[in-house]
Write a protein that binds this ligand. Sequence first.
Ligand code: HEM
Ligand SMILES: CC(C)=CCC/C(C)=C/CC/C(C)=C/COP(=O)(O)OP(=O)(O)O
Length: 313
Amino acid sequence: MSDASLNASQTQTGDAGFGDYFALLKPRVMSLVVFTALVGLLAAPVPVHPIIGFAAILFIAVGGGASGALNMWWDADIDRIMKRTQGRPIPAGRISEGEAFGFGMTLSVMAVVMLALASNLVAAGLLAFTIFFYVVVYTMWLKRWTPQNIVIGGAAGAFPPMIGWAVATGGISVESVLMFALIFMWTPPHFWALALFMKSDYKEAGVPMLTVTHGRRSTRKHILVYTLLLAPLAIGTAFTSIGGPIYLAVAVVLNAMFLKGAFDIWRRTEEQAEADNYKTEKKVFALSLFYLFGHFTAILLQSVMAGYGLGGW
Ligand code: HEM
Ligand SMILES: CC(C)=CCC/C(C)=C/CC/C(C)=C/COP(=O)(O)OP(=O)(O)O
């Protein structure tokens, strides 16, 4: 039986296993979040002892996961309504809201304290702020209040490379802000492409996503505008100290693909999208994941090569 087909009447709180607590950490989304933190850490000009680096990434992963658990605790009511989220441990009845809250809070505090001990207060402070931003600013406040929820709230997902960079350097710099900006501008097309084929779910749950408040036509336009703003930023990063020729080649190809996808989404009518079951929108959502992974992999490659005195301009 799939998770989605379980419901509270078939399962009881207390049935939870390791897998349910692991699911509270939103591991799939967090895998990319943690990767960007790792790249931030490795791209910094200050080498980190491997054990400290490993521990720091682990604590960032735990903090990120904990914020996911707190997000699911607060959003349990809407997760019960949306098909996509009904199989999650709380709506499925395998973990109680109180248990999820306790789990999320305990891990959050532990992650921040441990990161402070393993690295420095700037990194730990940034992690604490990121958890606060995702849980309080995005989840509790913006998500149910404004269609700009993910534009502003998306900042939470953009902090992890800055945390990684701060672990290594103890501070914030132009380069780490650039990595933040890349994720910040990427989040709206990433999410709105998904929202185009999720509209009915958010509507039922009363979440004011752009698709619900402004319609799909406007969302298509918004995706294009943000992708057009993202491209020069992503490509321009090639000419900074975290970029280089390899990054430039990757960025040009990925931005050309992402722009083509955004134009396709913008050109399509709802009838066309419905006719092929939102094939283009689904493709662009998948591409968004590859896009971010590709840019951060290129930043990582450039920094590894720079360590050998190679790959720069
Ligand atoms: C406010 C910002 C964001 C919103 C609202 C958002 C929303 C979503 C949603 C609703 C999904 C569908 C999958 C699910 O049910 O969990 C998803 C998938 C995903 N997101 Fe995002 N996202 C945001 C930011 C990010 C960031 C910053 C990253 C990584 C850096 C990221 C990485 C991913 C990945 C890897 C998936 C695919 C997960 C899978 O395979 O199930 N997202 N996102
Ligand atoms: C280090 C650290 C604290 C990282 C946090 C990173 C972070 C804020 C990621 C946000 C990505 C995410 C899961 C958005 C889902 O939005 P949603 O909660 O509205 O999605 P849902 O409808 O699937 O619950």
